[in-house]
Write a protein that binds this ligand. Structure first.
Ligand code: GLU
Length: 478
């Protein structure tokens, strides 16, 4: 049997280091056994999925040096590889579940479901659909449908017994069926949810090993039930522990940068980041820790994949990256990498066009643009406080912006302009007064290159980091 693995990201935000981690492990597993590695885009959440996020995910994984045998960008024999293009396939399987009595139409309104949840919470019961629509006769279902009542399709889940999920690294994990929700498989707009699409696709794409984050382990019983209802053999499951911050909390962008693009903008080399992720994955690394993708693949063993939450320790990444920069690259290589990192001609041209109107001597350029070639900035609370806003207002504005920065679909100067006007309105301040501390936070100085263009040039992740840095500085100074 040919090993076939996949990574199945949802394009709902900036590419996450966790996605690269899962992709790397699946890549190595497939390559090690002469198998195939597939990239599938799980965009069933139409409200949150964006083409820009999909492009960024593919770009980042390519940048890291990963490649796949089948995917939305290159096609393949099991396509399409984007779930939004596979609706007809899911419809067919949905009908099969319905006609064989493994799924049912549910007409409950949001209000009724909310009341049910409140009652369950009050009674300390697990949140689970109570099965009211399961009691309807076929005539009743037909009548409601004919009357145009909207409905979703739910999975029938046993009320008794135990489901055992066999996880290759954790062994058997038991779930009581009565605690497993009657999952919505198809929404009222006829589109599938992740669960149905995921199982149908893994089967049709002949995936033999599903290696994914542990946040999906509680979904595994529903998935196994679907495999059983369809009469398909399930793939082998491995649920990977989540990456952790050094304090062992779950790696999240509130505490630490998690975007691949952040590490790229900070000047980490892709092979160093990939090598670092490979070390996190392999609990049994011996010898030199500097390893190419080929070496990581050759040494890969699913049995050695860490089950304790691996710690994303940036100081280790710094050390490794430093070794690549100093020892692995020759001078020419170093220059090339520096060039492609921050000195690409089109970027330089944009920077020059912003700087030209603001200099008297060419030697003004260094201090003026240095912030665009830097990581975190050393800024002072005094500089942040030098404008009209007091500490509470500064904190409010920075926190507001930090949240907004994550919701902008496109991180462009135009979108940022609109965002700041919105913040000014919400907080009842003038854009001019607001802008000053942002200049300090982002560029290190109250006067610099235009703020929104600078933010676009730095990118969302570095901007997030600098805003967070400014909040930290204020906190420490208060
Ligand atoms: N689409 C899911 C995610 O974004 C993938 C879950 C899976 O691998 O089954 O993580």
């Amino acid at each position: 049997m040919k090993v076939r693995t996949r990574v199945a990201p949802s394009p709902t935000g900036d590419p996450h280091v966790g996605t690269a981690y899962v992709a790397l492990i699946n890549y190595c597993l497939a390559r090690k056994h002469g198998g195939e590695f597939i990239l599938r885009i799980e965009d069933t959440d139409r409200a949150r999925s964006t083409p820009a996020s999909e492009i960024a995910i593919l770009d980042s994984l390519h940048w890291l040096g990963l490649s796949w045998d089948e995917g939305p960008d290159i096609g393949g024999p099991h396509g399409p590889y984007r779930q939004s293009e596979r609706s007809a396939i899911y419809q067919e399987y949905m009908q099969r579940l319905l006609s064989e009595g493994h799924a049912f139409k549910c007409f409950c309104t949001q209000e009724r479901l909310e009341e049910m949840r409140i009652a369950q919470r009050a009674a300390h019961q697990p949140s689970r659909y109570d099965g009211v629509c399961l009691t309807y006769s076929p005539e009743e279902v037909a009548r409601r449908e004919a009357a145009g009542e909207p409905y979703v399709v739910r999975l029938k889940v046993p009320n008794e017994g135990i489901c055992v999920v066999e996880d290759s690294r954790r062994g058997p994990i038991e779930f009581e069926w009565k605690a497993v929700d009657m999952q919505v498989l198809m929404k009222s707009d006829g589109l599938p949810t992740y669960h149905l699409a995921n199982v149908v696709d893994d089967h049709l794409m002949e995936i033999t090993h599903v290696v994914r984050g542990e946040e999906w382990v509680s979904s595994a019983p529903k998935h196994l039930l679907l495999y059983r209802y369809f009469g398909w053999e399930p793939p082998k499951f491995t649920h990977l522990p989540l990456l952790r911050n050094p304090d062992k909390s779950k790696l999240s962008k509130r505490k630490n940068p998690t975007g691949i693009l952040f590490y790229r903008r900070m000047g980490y080399l892709p092979e160093a980041l990939l090598n670092f992720l490979g070390l996190l994955a392999n609990s049994a690394t011996e010898g030199d820790e500097v390893m190419s993708l080929q070496e990581m693949t050759a040494r890969f063993d699913l049995e050695h994949v860490s089950v304790g939450g691996p710690v994303f320790d940036v100081s280790k990444l710094d050390w490794l990256n430093g070794r690549y920069l100093r020892e692995v690259l020759d001078l020419r290589g170093f220059m090339e990498r520096a060039g492609s990192w921050g000195f690409a001609p089109d970027r330089l041209e944009r920077i020059a066009s912003l700087a030209q109107p603001r200099v008297e001597r060419l030697s003004d350029l260094g201090p003026l643009v240095a912030f665009l070639f830097s990581g975190r900035l050393a800024i002072s609370a005094e500089a942040l406080r030098s404008g009209k806003l007091d500490d509470a207002a500064l904190r409010e504005a920075l926190t507001f912006a930090l949240r907004e920065v994550d919701t902008l679909p496109e991180f462009t100067a135009v979108a940022l302009d609109t965002m700041f006007k919105g913040i000014a309105e919400e907080t009842g301040r003038k854009v001019r007064d607001l802008a000053r501390p942002f200049y300090v936070a982002i560029t290190g100085s109250p006067t610099s290159l235009p703020l929104y263009d600078s933010m676009e040039l730095l990118g969302r992740d570095l901007v997030r980091e600098r805003l967070r840095g400014a909040l930290d500085v204020l906190e420490k100074a208060s």
